[in-house]
Design a protein around this ligand. Structure first.
Ligand code: NIG
Ligand code: FE
Length: 414
């Protein structure tokens, strides 16, 4: 099946010349083409050709994109999308000055959602999650990561991962499950944290590996959650079992998480709101992606990760929503892109690189998607815009016109 995505006003290829990553200042080169069209053949990009070289009789289908802007399909590489219940009441308390960490220490926060998730069936969780995945598809998202971490028992963590795998089956986009059993300590282990670590090490991780329920293992390395030592044990075991690694780290406190993640060759380190300048060089020189989550800084009203220093230092920077009920109840990747511009002083080009090729690298799919290069999947996000900066400038608006996954139109604005 040969298709022509014809005559858009602008194609943002994010061309990497085969490098499949945008490190440091390279992130400003996003390969913009005008007067070109995209040819897809059996779901892959066959060529991107000048409009005057096209013979329209050669195609099974022609999709006219006149006046539109085309980007690689967007990628959200960090979400906690599967959960039940609401924490609007905690939000209300935070507005009156109670902090996120205080609420967590009182047994609210993540544990509130854990109670709700434990009381929800597999089927209920799938139904709650579906419209949220649809919402991302309507934003041009073609690859999506989702973490467990609101079950915190063998049964409920496996249930969450099964829900995430089910969503991958239901939807045409690619959904990547991450095991986050080490999100926080469940109430039944409060006076015996060590036994919960043992449960993760000896029962959860081996079972999840054997059943291939997750691609990544993640943990929350923080003074209110897992210590550096506990994080190290969990990630080391996960690596041995064949998982790729991610880590929530340097969010509120620096307790050693970053060094452990770099030592173990983690695929990404996420958050980094309290990263210090002295920590930037080692991260910037590594292959580990720095995934920044400005929605959390906005939603919790605290500092932003040092995006400028990371990029200027040569790091691989990705952006993600961290969509979750407590610290970033923001189901909108475009809004995150606008925050990155306004609050972290990233350039429009760096932002595009951060939600395409670098986010692909954070999911280890950079050889298949994340840029419009010959041989890659024809994953497209098409916008009602003359040029790409309109997307970031139109804060809170959704300009998506069409979403294409593997050459198939999976969403079109009516
Ligand atoms: O990425 N940092 C830890 N976990 C989530 C928040 C989860 C929640 O509050 O429910 C985060 O910010
Ligand atoms: Fe998170």
């Amino acid at each position: 099946m040969r298709k022509l995505f014809g005559n858009p006003k602008q194609i943002v290829t994010v061309n990497t010349n085969g490098k499949n990553v945008k490190r440091g200042s390279d992130a400003n080169e996003i390969g913009i083409l005008k007067n070109h069209s995209i040819i897809s053949n059996d779901g892959k990009i066959e060529a991107i050709v000048p409009n005057d070289k096209i013979d329209k009789t050669e195609f099974d289908e022609i999709i006219d994109l006149s006046g539109k802007t085309v980007l690689p399909g967007l990628i959200d590489s960090h979400t906690h999308l599967v959960f039940s219940g609401s924490r609007a009441d905690e939000f209300r308390r935070r507005l009156r000055g109670v902090s996120y960490e205080e609420i967590a220490r009182e047994g609210g926060g993540i544990l509130r959602t854990v109670t709700a998730v434990r009381n929800s069936s597999f089927e209920e969780l799938v139904e709650i999650a579906k419209p949220k995945v649809e919402e991302f598809i309507k934003q041009g998202v073609t690859s999506l990561e989702i973490k467990s971490g609101y079950g915190l028992s063998f049964y409920d963590e496996v249930k969450l991962l099964q829900v995430i795998n089910k969503l991958d089956e239901i939807f045409p986009i690619d959904i990547f499950p991450t095991f986050l059993g080490a999100h926080t300590f469940p109430p039944e282990y409060h006076s015996d944290n060590e036994s919960y670590v043992e449960l993760i090490l000896n029962e959860m991780l081996p079972y999840i590996a054997e059943k291939k329920l997750a691609k990544f293992t993640d943990a929350f390395c923080e003074s209110t959650a897992f210590s550096a030592k506990q994080t190290e044990r969990i990630l080391t075991k996960a690596k041995k079992l064949g998982f790729s690694l991610k880590l929530h780290t340097e969010q509120f406190n620096r307790i050693g998480g970053l060094d452990i993640a770099l030592e173990l060759g983690a695929t990404s380190v996420d958050h980094l709101e309290v990263l210090e300048n002295s920590q930037i060089q080692t991260l910037a020189e590594s292959e580990t992606v720095a995934t920044l989550l400005p929605g959390v800084s906005f939603f919790l009203d605290y500092g932003y990760a040092p995006a400028r220093n990371l990029i200027d230092g040569g790091a691989i920077v990705a952006l993600a929503t961290d969509y979750n009920p407590g610290s970033s109840h923001i189901l909108n990747l475009h809004l995150i892109m606008s925050f990155a511009a306004l609050k972290m002083k990233m350039t429009m080009e760096e932002i595009v690189s951060a939600v395409t090729i670098n986010a692909a690298k954070a999911l280890e799919i950079e050889n298949e998607t994340g840029s419009l290069e010959v041989g890659k999947s024809c994953d497209l996000a098409v916008f009602d815009a003359d040029e790409f900066s309109e997307i970031i400038y139109s804060v809170g608006q959704n300009l998506t016109f069409m979403t294409v996954k593997n050459g198939e139109i999976i969403y079109r604005k009516n």
